[in-house]
Design a protein around this ligand. Structure first.
Ligand SMILES: NC(=O)c1ccc[n+]([C@@H]2O[C@H](COP(=O)([O-])OP(=O)(O)OC[C@H]3O[C@@H](n4cnc5c(N)ncnc54)[C@H](OP(=O)(O)O)[C@@H]3O)[C@@H](O)[C@H]2O)c1
Length: 351
């Protein structure tokens, strides 16, 4: 059997890190050789996460995050750490010749001033921003292939950008007044302990948060402005659902001229022709989070509402797989010259 390429994962004990370890455990060409955690270093991965038992040789002993060790040991390093932490590590790894997929927001925004404004932090590696490729394969596949640094998109942005890009690229919708009403499961907030994320605070209720000021707003605007060909402002409004994983975004566009649902569907089907992970659903079928759970699929439903003159786009993704770690793996596959879908062909988990 040909030797596998070597992957390092900084932040394996977080939700996205754990999801990446799950996917890597059955990857045909990539092997997890380093996995780091400051709090759990020295423990076996499968002792901490028994769902990963029997995945040897994917089982590893966790180490402290040590860039010097990672850069020699790995062909690609995934940074599944909070924003602000990733930028320095990415810089050191790239300087040493490693390939990096950063799951944080540190390299997603091309404008350092926009980053500083929304994240309250000065960017310390602005020199790397020009080479960072936004890792949404349906938009930037060829650039990802040649990239050494991929900025993996955020979870809400993945759902919103995939859902709105075809209509904006085709120019069928007005670029002002776009509303994105999005709902996420609780893993979207990460695994760290926080009172608002306790079971009794999340279950049996439904709440909005960060209305009009969520940090994913500029990332969505950046990519939708590219699609529309002009700078646009969106109203992005997230909600927390009492479930573990999944995002459903309901998005409202005003049509420039009347269009039927069948015409909208045809437009989307043509834009995403050949894209293995985009499922433009048949007319009358609306997306649901459970149909994409644990997968790379983005299910898109479309309804043209002639009464209000709107096109309503719904998109469902799994925030941890498509919205984070699965997407990171697809990007790494492309960067390493592997098939884009290696290790990513699992069917959705039902129920
Ligand atoms: N959750 C999602 O749905 C989602 C989706 C897309 C993108 N993201 C992004 O992906 C990144 C990881 O998210 P997550 O939800 O997995 O977070 P998380 O559950 O809070 O996990 C963070 C991980 O990073 C490690 N870590 C924290 N600070 C560190 C530091 N200074 N140096 C090295 N390691 C550090 C933690 O382990 P130790 O503290 O033990 O070192 C932990 O393993 C974030 O930037 C997040 O915004 C998350």
């Amino acid at each position: 059997m040909p030797q596998k390429l070597r992957a390092g994962l900084v932040g394996v004990t977080g939700y996205t890190g754990l999801e990446l370890a799950r996917l890597l455990a059955s990857h045909p060409n990539l092997e997890l050789v380093r996995a780091t955690s400051r709090s759990e270093a020295g423990k076996r991965l499968s002792d901490l996460f028994p769902n990963l038992l029997q995945t040897a040789p994917g089982d590893v002993t966790l180490t402290q995050p040590d860039v010097a060790d990672l850069k020699g040991a790995c062909d690609v390093v995934f940074l599944a750490v909070p924003h602000g932490t990733a930028m320095d590590m990415a810089g050191e790894l790239l300087d040493a010749g490693a390939r990096v997929v950063d799951l944080s927001a540190d390299f997603r925004l091309r404008d350092k001033d926009v980053y500083a404004r929304w994240y309250g932090l000065e960017h310390r590696r602005t020199d790397l921003l020009p080479q960072a490729v936004f890792g949404l394969v349906e938009l930037y596949r060829e650039a990802v292939r040649g990239a050494r640094l991929v900025a993996n998109p955020g979870c809400y942005p993945t759902s919103a950008i995939l859902g709105l890009t075809p209509a904006l690229e085709a120019g069928v919708a007005e670029t002002d007044g776009i509303v994105i009403d999005a709902k996420s499961g609780a893993t979207g907030a990460g695994r760290g302990a926080k009172v608002p994320m306790l079971y009794c605070e999340v279950s049996d209720t439904f709440r909005a948060y960060n209305i009009g000021k969520h940090r994913h707003t500029p990332e969505i605007e950046q990519e939708l402005s590219r699609a529309a060909g002009s700078d646009l402002v969106i109203s992005f409004n997230p909600h927390l659902l009492p479930m573990n994983r999944g995002i459903l975004s309901t998005m409202y566009l005003r049509l420039k001229t009347p269009m039927s649902t069948a015409e909208a569907r045809a437009l989307y089907a043509e834009r995403y022709a050949g894209e293995r992970w985009i499922r433009v659903l048949p007319e009358g079928v609306l997306p649901e989070t459970r149909n994409v759970r644990g997968t790379m699929f983005c299910d898109i439903g479309l309804v043209a509402d002639p009464r209000s003159g709107r096109l309503i786009v719904l998109s469902a993704i799994d925030n941890l797989c498509r919205g984070a770690s699965g997407q990171a793996l697809a990007n790494a596959n492309l960067m390493l010259g592997l098939p884009e879908d290696a290790g990513l062909s699992c069917a959705p988990l039902l129920p």
